[in-house]
Design a protein around this ligand. Structure first.
Ligand code: CP
Ligand code: NVA
Length: 306
């Protein structure tokens, strides 16, 4: 049975991730079949940070499953005037059927989930972005023969998206290399969390600082912004530190010939990636963005039909 909440990819078992991908494939092929599967259910969505994909794909997802989305900005709730997360969770659980939260502190979604009787979904924290990570592996699953042993290289900051890629690699058996500037490596606690699944699936991890070494022979090249939401003030300083990690056609000469480029988006074109890569026929960034909708339908279907 699925857990009550989806706060991290590690909340799911290896089998649940496999089953999710099969379900999402079916949902994508036959939208009609699922259009009443969450009939009348209300999904609340709280955003403490901006969003295009997460915001629109979650609302569309619940609508396509027969339910309704309800958007909250923190300043519209008493939460913005100091009502506790715990009390907000207790009260909203009496009205709505599930809650999605995008916020800064990971502890806030954990706290909400702990006090809510309804399913709680992490729509991005500073620490993790599980819906993105699951979408990324679903997209790879569509594009390549097998995820087991697939060589994926992530370049950039070792934060939320990288952390979810690590936890997803462990579930799927991917060989993930991360290339980050010194001091921006992923949290060792995430690597630790990935360990037992990696032993079962054969996932492997390497952390490198040299971007050319890191992309050698990789089939999937992935990057994310250099300054995440909330770090805008560090953008200039980070630009200098991350410059060598830009995904451009020169760097991709070292990847497998049939490389696939991925990015969670939004992309800062001309910074972490150049137009020639974003718009290349081997870039799958818009399929990946579309898949946020399908994967979130799969997540909501599972959480609302436990
Ligand atoms: N990738 C992603 O989460 O995009 P948004 O910030 O637009 O939701
Ligand atoms: N690391 C980025 C991901 C955006 C989807 C951020 O947190 O802003």
């Amino acid at each position: 049975m699925w857990p009550k909440d989806l706060l991290a990819i590690s909340d799911l078992s290896i089998e649940q991730v496999e089953e999710l991908f099969a379900l999402v494939k079916d949902m994508k092929a036959d939208r009609k079949k699922y259009e009443t599967s969450c009939k009348g259910k209300i999904l609340g969505m709280l955003f403490r940070k901006p969003s295009t994909r997460t915001r629109v794909s979650f609302e569309t997802a619940i609508y396509q499953l027969g339910g309704t989305g309800m958007l909250f900005r923190p300043d519209e709730l008493q939460l913005g005037r100091g009502e506790s997360v715990a009390d907000t969770a207790r009260v909203l659980s009496r009205y709505i059927d599930a809650m999605m939260i995008r916020t800064f502190s990971h502890d806030e979604v954990v706290e909400f989930g702990k006090h809510a009787s309804i399913p709680t979904v992490n729509g991005l924290t500073d620490y993790l972005h599980p819906c993105q990570g699951l979408t990324d592996y679903f997209t790879m699953y569509e594009k390549v023969e097998s995820l087991r042993g697939l060589k994926v290289t992530y370049l950039g900051d070792g934060n939320n998206v990288a952390h979810s890629l690590i936890l997803g690699a462990a579930k799927t058996g991917v060989h993930l290399t991360l290339a980050t500037p010194l001091g921006f490596e992923p949290d060792p606690a995430v690597m630790e969390l990935a360990k037992s699944d990696a032993e079962k699936t054969g996932a492997r991890f390497e952390i490198k600082s040299n971007p050319v070494e890191a992309v050698k022979g990789a089939r999937v090249i992935y990057t994310d912004v250099w300054a995440s939401m909330g770090q805008e003030g560090e953008a200039d300083e980070r630009e200098k530190l991350f410059k060598a990690y830009q995904v451009n056609l020169d760097l991709l000469k070292h990847a497998a010939e049939n490389w696939i480029f991925m990015h969670c988006l939004p992309a800062h074109r001309g910074h972490e990636v150049v137009n020639e890569v974003c718009d290349h026929e081997q870039s799958v960034i818009f399929d990946e963005a579309e898949n946020r909708l399908h994967v979130q339908k799969g997540i909501l279907y599972n959480l609302l039909n436990r």
